[in-house]
Design a protein around this ligand. Sequence first.
Ligand code: TXA
Ligand code: MG
Length: 340
Amino acid sequence: MGERFLMKPEILPTHTSALFDAAVDRAAKLLCVGEIVALPTETVYGLAANALNAQAVEKIYHAKGRPSHNPIIVHVASLQMAQDCVANWPDGASRLVKSFWPGPLTIVLRKSDKVPEIVTAGGETVGVRWPSHPFIQAVIRKCGFPLAAPSANRSNEISPTTAEHVQKSLGAAVPLIVDGGAANVGIESTVIDLTLATPRILRPGMIHEESLSAALGERPAISTGATNTLRSPGMLPKHYAPKAKLVVLKWETAQDLKFKISDFNFPKECVHVVAYSRIPSHDDFGRISVIPHDPEAFARALYAELHRCDEEGAKLIVVEAPPDEGSWRGIADRLARAAG
Ligand code: TXA
Ligand code: MG
């Protein structure tokens, strides 16, 4: 994995405007010479390379251990830059962009000749996103080219929402990690495919179906499970998984919860519970994390909680099942995948 860089990665803070500008310069300098850089976005941290440089993008696949059949999202910082990456720009794209860009929405369109095949894993389509985080916007503007960036974690691990998560997962495999604080959205962008007769949500996220319908003026289809594996490999079940076993459950009392997990036979210290409404007692489990009963707050906190459970040696993570509502669907999707 991290053979290319034997030294520790450089880690740059951004919390004053001088530090921010210095980190933008350093990141842009590396990206311009075909290097990879881990940097913050509002969803999760990304591992970026010049999207128009096939050799630079190759380094992303290598550092992540990512299968070559999984395409990478291209990040832009203007409408013009997005339009340069695609072969056509349907009305639906204009409607979505007006409502949701910059922000956590990736739009899949037919690719233009500018985008190398390695970015799209040989496919005819490309996912484009204009992120709202000021750091990645500043870097893209400084570079003048779009950035290919998947989440900055080893393939199949939980996405990083802090610079520390990136360091733990990729460590010496990247020369530079930029610390832009904790990600504000907390789960990966919604991915919508506009190359089909009916728009199709390939990956649910915090911009949910109801909002997309309202912006598009038509109801998008939703991909589920196996039908989708070729269109968007990131949607394979068992993706975004913690090291511990994860189960999603509903329960009434602590007694009820203990009964429901009794078959797993783990000592109570190794069972960590993530809950928002039925909060059991600390005496009965190794750790209880309480997340607010609000989808935005829940998404923002979720991955950090899963990372923490892994670090503290949890063998079983029990997450309270989210409500069956549109605004929780992205979270329910990631939990189902983490549970495998
Ligand atoms: O929020 C995000 O989207 C983050 C940040 C860094 O922008 N990126 C991210 O990238 O989550 P990644 O590579 O971990 O997940 C990208 C997802 C995968 O499920 C991939 O299969 C899908 O988007 N995808 C990318 N390009 C696609 C395409 N042309 N057609 C279909 N699916 C695509
Ligand atoms: Mg990922």
